[in-house]
Design a protein around this ligand. Structure first.
Ligand code: AMP
Ligand code: MG
Length: 328
Protein backbone atom coordinates (compact mmCIF):
# COMPACT_ATOMS: atom_id res chain seq x y z
CA UNK A 1 0.00 0.00 0.00
CA UNK A 2 1.33 3.44 -0.98
CA UNK A 3 -0.01 6.56 0.67
CA UNK A 4 0.38 10.15 -0.46
CA UNK A 5 0.42 12.45 2.59
CA UNK A 6 -0.27 16.17 2.34
CA UNK A 7 0.75 18.60 5.11
CA UNK A 8 -0.19 22.30 5.21
CA UNK A 9 -1.02 23.30 8.80
CA UNK A 10 1.35 26.27 9.09
CA UNK A 11 4.61 27.28 7.39
CA UNK A 12 5.21 24.06 5.44
CA UNK A 13 3.48 22.69 2.39
CA UNK A 14 4.72 19.11 2.19
CA UNK A 15 3.90 15.98 0.24
CA UNK A 16 5.38 12.54 0.77
CA UNK A 17 4.86 8.96 -0.28
CA UNK A 18 5.13 6.28 2.40
CA UNK A 19 4.58 2.53 2.12
CA UNK A 20 2.88 0.08 4.42
CA UNK A 21 6.13 -0.79 6.22
CA UNK A 22 6.70 2.87 7.10
CA UNK A 23 9.40 3.37 4.47
CA UNK A 24 9.54 7.00 3.37
CA UNK A 25 9.83 6.83 -0.42
CA UNK A 26 9.76 10.58 -0.90
CA UNK A 27 9.56 13.78 1.10
CA UNK A 28 9.09 17.09 -0.72
CA UNK A 29 8.54 20.37 1.11
CA UNK A 30 8.29 24.10 0.51
CA UNK A 31 8.53 26.36 3.54
CA UNK A 32 7.02 29.83 3.81
CA UNK A 33 9.47 32.29 5.36
CA UNK A 34 8.06 35.39 6.99
CA UNK A 35 9.99 38.68 6.62
CA UNK A 36 12.56 39.32 9.41
CA UNK A 37 10.94 40.37 12.67
CA UNK A 38 7.50 39.17 11.49
CA UNK A 39 5.42 36.08 12.28
CA UNK A 40 3.54 33.81 9.89
CA UNK A 41 0.78 35.78 8.17
CA UNK A 42 -1.87 33.09 7.50
CA UNK A 43 -3.01 34.63 4.21
CA UNK A 44 0.54 35.07 2.92
CA UNK A 45 1.46 31.53 3.97
CA UNK A 46 -1.63 30.12 2.25
CA UNK A 47 -0.73 32.06 -0.92
CA UNK A 48 2.73 30.48 -0.72
CA UNK A 49 1.16 27.02 -0.35
CA UNK A 50 -1.15 27.55 -3.32
CA UNK A 51 1.81 28.52 -5.50
CA UNK A 52 4.01 25.70 -4.18
CA UNK A 53 1.45 22.90 -4.15
CA UNK A 54 1.72 21.73 -7.74
CA UNK A 55 5.54 21.58 -7.74
CA UNK A 56 5.74 19.86 -4.34
CA UNK A 57 3.17 17.23 -5.28
CA UNK A 58 4.94 16.50 -8.57
CA UNK A 59 8.29 16.30 -6.79
CA UNK A 60 6.96 13.86 -4.18
CA UNK A 61 5.58 11.52 -6.83
CA UNK A 62 8.68 11.73 -8.98
CA UNK A 63 11.07 11.10 -6.02
CA UNK A 64 9.01 7.99 -5.21
CA UNK A 65 9.04 6.90 -8.84
CA UNK A 66 5.25 6.70 -8.66
CA UNK A 67 2.29 8.10 -10.54
CA UNK A 68 -1.15 8.70 -9.05
CA UNK A 69 -2.19 5.31 -10.45
CA UNK A 70 0.27 3.66 -7.99
CA UNK A 71 -1.12 5.50 -4.97
CA UNK A 72 -3.66 3.55 -2.90
CA UNK A 73 -4.55 6.16 -0.32
CA UNK A 74 -4.44 9.93 0.22
CA UNK A 75 -4.01 11.41 3.71
CA UNK A 76 -4.12 15.11 4.57
CA UNK A 77 -3.53 17.17 7.65
CA UNK A 78 -7.03 18.32 8.65
CA UNK A 79 -6.01 20.32 11.76
CA UNK A 80 -5.17 21.86 14.12
CA UNK A 81 -3.50 24.73 12.32
CA UNK A 82 -4.01 28.00 10.50
CA UNK A 83 -7.35 28.00 8.65
CA UNK A 84 -6.22 29.45 5.31
CA UNK A 85 -3.20 27.10 5.21
CA UNK A 86 -5.23 24.02 6.17
CA UNK A 87 -7.75 24.76 3.43
CA UNK A 88 -5.06 24.64 0.74
CA UNK A 89 -4.00 21.13 1.78
CA UNK A 90 -7.61 20.00 2.07
CA UNK A 91 -8.49 21.32 -1.40
CA UNK A 92 -5.43 19.70 -3.00
CA UNK A 93 -6.20 16.41 -1.21
CA UNK A 94 -9.88 16.47 -2.20
CA UNK A 95 -9.07 17.23 -5.80
CA UNK A 96 -6.39 14.56 -6.16
CA UNK A 97 -8.35 11.88 -4.27
CA UNK A 98 -11.64 12.74 -5.99
CA UNK A 99 -10.26 12.84 -9.51
CA UNK A 100 -8.20 9.66 -9.13
CA UNK A 101 -10.87 7.88 -7.02
CA UNK A 102 -8.63 7.16 -4.03
CA UNK A 103 -9.80 6.83 -0.42
CA UNK A 104 -9.17 10.03 1.53
CA UNK A 105 -8.22 10.09 5.23
CA UNK A 106 -8.14 13.26 7.39
CA UNK A 107 -5.24 13.13 9.88
CA UNK A 108 -4.78 15.03 13.13
CA UNK A 109 -1.45 16.84 12.75
CA UNK A 110 -0.27 16.22 16.32
CA UNK A 111 -0.95 12.52 15.86
CA UNK A 112 1.22 12.65 12.73
CA UNK A 113 4.17 14.01 14.76
CA UNK A 114 3.77 11.20 17.29
CA UNK A 115 3.25 8.26 14.93
CA UNK A 116 6.15 9.09 12.63
CA UNK A 117 8.36 9.73 15.69
CA UNK A 118 7.41 6.32 17.09
CA UNK A 119 8.03 4.59 13.75
CA UNK A 120 11.45 6.21 13.32
CA UNK A 121 12.69 5.77 16.89
CA UNK A 122 11.12 2.40 17.69
CA UNK A 123 9.39 3.73 20.82
CA UNK A 124 6.31 1.60 21.47
CA UNK A 125 4.46 3.11 24.44
CA UNK A 126 6.19 6.37 25.31
CA UNK A 127 5.31 9.40 27.35
CA UNK A 128 5.43 12.05 24.63
CA UNK A 129 6.59 15.65 24.80
CA UNK A 130 5.21 17.41 21.71
CA UNK A 131 6.97 20.73 21.34
CA UNK A 132 6.49 22.79 18.20
CA UNK A 133 5.22 26.12 16.94
CA UNK A 134 1.65 25.03 17.63
CA UNK A 135 1.98 22.63 20.57
CA UNK A 136 3.42 22.19 24.02
CA UNK A 137 1.87 19.03 25.40
CA UNK A 138 2.85 16.05 27.52
CA UNK A 139 0.89 12.99 26.45
CA UNK A 140 0.45 9.34 27.36
CA UNK A 141 -1.70 6.77 25.60
CA UNK A 142 -4.48 5.24 27.64
CA UNK A 143 -7.66 3.48 26.54
CA UNK A 144 -7.79 4.49 22.89
CA UNK A 145 -6.76 8.11 23.30
CA UNK A 146 -3.70 10.24 23.91
CA UNK A 147 -4.31 11.83 27.31
CA UNK A 148 -2.81 15.15 28.31
CA UNK A 149 -0.55 15.08 31.37
CA UNK A 150 0.48 18.71 31.10
CA UNK A 151 0.34 21.50 28.55
CA UNK A 152 0.87 25.20 28.14
CA UNK A 153 -1.63 27.53 29.69
CA UNK A 154 -0.85 30.28 27.18
CA UNK A 155 1.78 30.38 24.41
CA UNK A 156 3.72 27.33 23.19
CA UNK A 157 7.48 26.87 23.68
CA UNK A 158 7.91 27.48 19.92
CA UNK A 159 5.99 30.74 20.21
CA UNK A 160 8.12 31.78 23.20
CA UNK A 161 11.32 31.28 21.20
CA UNK A 162 9.97 32.73 17.95
CA UNK A 163 8.26 35.75 19.53
CA UNK A 164 11.34 36.56 21.59
CA UNK A 165 13.52 36.18 18.50
CA UNK A 166 11.24 38.34 16.40
CA UNK A 167 11.26 41.07 19.06
CA UNK A 168 15.07 40.97 18.64
CA UNK A 169 14.64 41.34 14.87
CA UNK A 170 15.58 37.73 14.01
CA UNK A 171 13.96 35.92 11.12
CA UNK A 172 11.39 33.30 12.15
CA UNK A 173 11.68 30.44 13.07
CA UNK A 174 14.19 31.59 15.70
CA UNK A 175 14.82 28.48 17.85
CA UNK A 176 18.03 27.47 16.06
CA UNK A 177 19.53 30.97 16.31
CA UNK A 178 18.63 31.24 20.01
CA UNK A 179 20.27 27.85 20.65
CA UNK A 180 23.46 29.01 18.94
CA UNK A 181 23.53 32.31 20.86
CA UNK A 182 22.90 30.47 24.14
CA UNK A 183 25.91 28.25 23.47
CA UNK A 184 28.06 31.39 23.25
CA UNK A 185 27.08 32.53 26.77
CA UNK A 186 29.61 32.17 29.59
CA UNK A 187 26.78 30.69 31.67
CA UNK A 188 25.68 33.93 33.32
CA UNK A 189 22.14 33.06 34.47
CA UNK A 190 19.67 35.94 34.56
CA UNK A 191 16.49 35.51 36.54
CA UNK A 192 13.32 34.84 34.56
CA UNK A 193 9.88 33.82 35.88
CA UNK A 194 9.60 30.04 36.27
CA UNK A 195 5.90 29.15 36.13
CA UNK A 196 4.68 25.56 36.55
CA UNK A 197 1.07 25.29 37.77
CA UNK A 198 0.07 21.76 38.65
CA UNK A 199 1.71 20.04 35.71
CA UNK A 200 1.01 22.85 33.23
CA UNK A 201 3.45 25.52 32.14
CA UNK A 202 3.07 29.20 31.33
CA UNK A 203 5.54 31.12 29.17
CA UNK A 204 3.92 34.49 28.49
CA UNK A 205 5.40 36.24 31.55
CA UNK A 206 8.83 34.89 30.65
CA UNK A 207 8.52 36.32 27.15
CA UNK A 208 7.80 39.82 28.48
CA UNK A 209 10.62 39.59 31.04
CA UNK A 210 13.17 38.28 28.51
CA UNK A 211 12.39 41.04 26.00
CA UNK A 212 12.87 43.60 28.81
CA UNK A 213 16.15 41.99 29.94
CA UNK A 214 17.53 42.10 26.41
CA UNK A 215 17.75 45.90 26.51
CA UNK A 216 20.18 45.80 29.44
CA UNK A 217 21.99 42.45 29.18
CA UNK A 218 24.15 40.46 26.77
CA UNK A 219 22.04 38.73 24.13
CA UNK A 220 23.88 35.42 24.61
CA UNK A 221 23.11 35.46 28.36
CA UNK A 222 19.43 36.24 27.78
CA UNK A 223 19.15 33.38 25.25
CA UNK A 224 20.95 31.06 27.66
CA UNK A 225 18.64 32.00 30.54
CA UNK A 226 15.55 31.74 28.35
CA UNK A 227 16.50 28.19 27.36
CA UNK A 228 17.55 27.13 30.87
CA UNK A 229 14.33 28.40 32.47
CA UNK A 230 11.80 27.25 29.89
CA UNK A 231 13.44 23.85 29.34
CA UNK A 232 13.76 23.23 33.09
CA UNK A 233 9.99 23.87 33.40
CA UNK A 234 9.33 21.30 30.67
CA UNK A 235 11.75 18.80 32.19
CA UNK A 236 10.10 19.18 35.59
CA UNK A 237 6.62 18.54 34.15
CA UNK A 238 7.89 15.61 32.06
CA UNK A 239 9.63 14.04 35.05
CA UNK A 240 6.49 14.32 37.18
CA UNK A 241 4.41 12.78 34.37
CA UNK A 242 6.94 9.93 34.05
CA UNK A 243 6.79 9.28 37.75
CA UNK A 244 2.98 9.40 37.75
CA UNK A 245 2.38 7.23 34.66
CA UNK A 246 5.31 4.87 35.22
CA UNK A 247 6.06 4.90 31.47
CA UNK A 248 9.38 3.28 30.68
CA UNK A 249 9.87 5.26 27.46
CA UNK A 250 9.88 8.97 26.77
CA UNK A 251 9.85 10.50 23.30
CA UNK A 252 10.25 14.09 22.18
CA UNK A 253 8.71 15.20 18.87
CA UNK A 254 8.05 18.51 17.09
CA UNK A 255 10.34 21.21 15.72
CA UNK A 256 11.76 22.23 19.13
CA UNK A 257 13.09 18.67 19.63
CA UNK A 258 16.00 19.76 17.41
CA UNK A 259 17.38 21.55 20.49
CA UNK A 260 20.33 19.73 22.08
CA UNK A 261 20.07 21.38 25.48
CA UNK A 262 16.41 20.42 25.83
CA UNK A 263 17.26 16.82 24.90
CA UNK A 264 20.05 16.80 27.48
CA UNK A 265 17.75 17.99 30.28
CA UNK A 266 15.10 15.42 29.34
CA UNK A 267 17.68 12.66 29.21
CA UNK A 268 18.67 13.46 32.79
CA UNK A 269 15.00 13.33 33.88
CA UNK A 270 14.62 9.97 32.08
CA UNK A 271 17.69 8.59 33.78
CA UNK A 272 16.29 9.48 37.20
CA UNK A 273 12.98 7.75 36.31
CA UNK A 274 14.63 4.69 34.70
CA UNK A 275 12.98 5.52 31.39
CA UNK A 276 14.46 5.24 27.88
CA UNK A 277 14.79 8.49 25.97
CA UNK A 278 13.93 8.74 22.26
CA UNK A 279 14.17 11.84 20.07
CA UNK A 280 12.59 12.10 16.64
CA UNK A 281 15.41 12.47 14.08
CA UNK A 282 15.90 16.17 13.29
CA UNK A 283 15.09 15.69 9.60
CA UNK A 284 11.54 14.62 10.48
CA UNK A 285 11.08 16.67 13.68
CA UNK A 286 9.36 19.55 11.85
CA UNK A 287 6.19 19.41 9.78
CA UNK A 288 6.24 17.10 6.76
CA UNK A 289 3.99 14.97 4.56
CA UNK A 290 5.50 11.67 5.73
CA UNK A 291 3.96 12.01 9.22
CA UNK A 292 0.56 12.44 7.62
CA UNK A 293 0.98 9.60 5.11
CA UNK A 294 2.15 7.15 7.78
CA UNK A 295 -0.68 8.01 10.19
CA UNK A 296 -3.25 7.72 7.38
CA UNK A 297 -1.91 4.22 6.60
CA UNK A 298 -2.18 3.14 10.26
CA UNK A 299 -5.71 4.50 10.47
CA UNK A 300 -6.98 3.14 7.15
CA UNK A 301 -5.45 -0.31 7.60
CA UNK A 302 -7.22 -0.70 10.92
CA UNK A 303 -10.56 1.02 10.30
CA UNK A 304 -10.97 0.96 6.50
CA UNK A 305 -12.67 4.30 7.02
CA UNK A 306 -12.33 7.16 4.53
CA UNK A 307 -14.28 10.42 4.24
CA UNK A 308 -16.58 11.19 1.34
CA UNK A 309 -14.94 13.89 -0.75
CA UNK A 310 -17.55 16.61 0.03
CA UNK A 311 -17.21 15.79 3.76
CA UNK A 312 -13.43 16.24 3.86
CA UNK A 313 -13.00 18.84 6.58
CA UNK A 314 -10.32 21.21 7.82
CA UNK A 315 -10.60 22.47 11.38
CA UNK A 316 -8.34 25.00 13.11
CA UNK A 317 -8.93 23.65 16.61
CA UNK A 318 -8.85 19.88 16.74
CA UNK A 319 -7.47 18.72 20.06
CA UNK A 320 -5.51 15.49 20.02
CA UNK A 321 -7.22 14.22 23.17
CA UNK A 322 -10.58 14.17 21.35
CA UNK A 323 -9.34 11.76 18.66
CA UNK A 324 -10.10 8.03 18.98
CA UNK A 325 -7.08 5.97 17.96
CA UNK A 326 -8.06 2.52 16.73
CA UNK A 327 -4.63 1.10 15.88
CA UNK A 328 -2.78 1.31 19.22
P1 AMP B 1 7.14 22.81 13.94
O1 AMP B 1 5.95 23.68 14.24
O2 AMP B 1 7.01 21.42 14.47
O3 AMP B 1 7.57 22.84 12.51
O4 AMP B 1 8.35 23.45 14.78
C1 AMP B 1 8.78 24.78 14.57
C2 AMP B 1 9.36 25.33 15.85
O5 AMP B 1 10.59 24.66 16.17
C3 AMP B 1 9.69 26.81 15.75
O6 AMP B 1 9.11 27.47 16.86
C4 AMP B 1 11.21 26.85 15.81
O7 AMP B 1 11.73 28.03 16.40
C5 AMP B 1 11.51 25.63 16.66
N1 AMP B 1 12.90 25.16 16.50
C6 AMP B 1 13.52 24.74 15.39
N2 AMP B 1 14.82 24.43 15.64
C7 AMP B 1 15.02 24.66 16.98
C8 AMP B 1 16.13 24.53 17.87
N3 AMP B 1 17.33 24.12 17.46
N4 AMP B 1 15.94 24.87 19.17
C9 AMP B 1 14.72 25.27 19.62
N5 AMP B 1 13.64 25.41 18.82
C10 AMP B 1 13.78 25.10 17.52
MG1 MG C 1 3.92 20.61 13.71
Amino acid sequence: MLCLGIESTAHTFGCAVVDEKGRILSDARAVYRAPEGKGIHPREASRHHIEASHGVLKEALSQAGAGMKDIDLVGYSAGPGLGPCLRVGAVVARTVAGYHKKPLVPVNHALGHIELGAALTGASDPLVLLVSGGHTMILAFLEKRWRVFGETLDITIGQLLDQFGRAMGFASPCGGRIEKLASESSGQYLHLPYVVKGNDVSFSGMLTAAVKLASTSKMADVCYSLQETSFAMLAEAVERALSFTGKKEMMIVGGVSANKRLAQMLEMACERQASRFFACPIKYAGDNGAQIAWTAILDYKKTKKAVKIPDAFATQSWRLDTVDVAWR
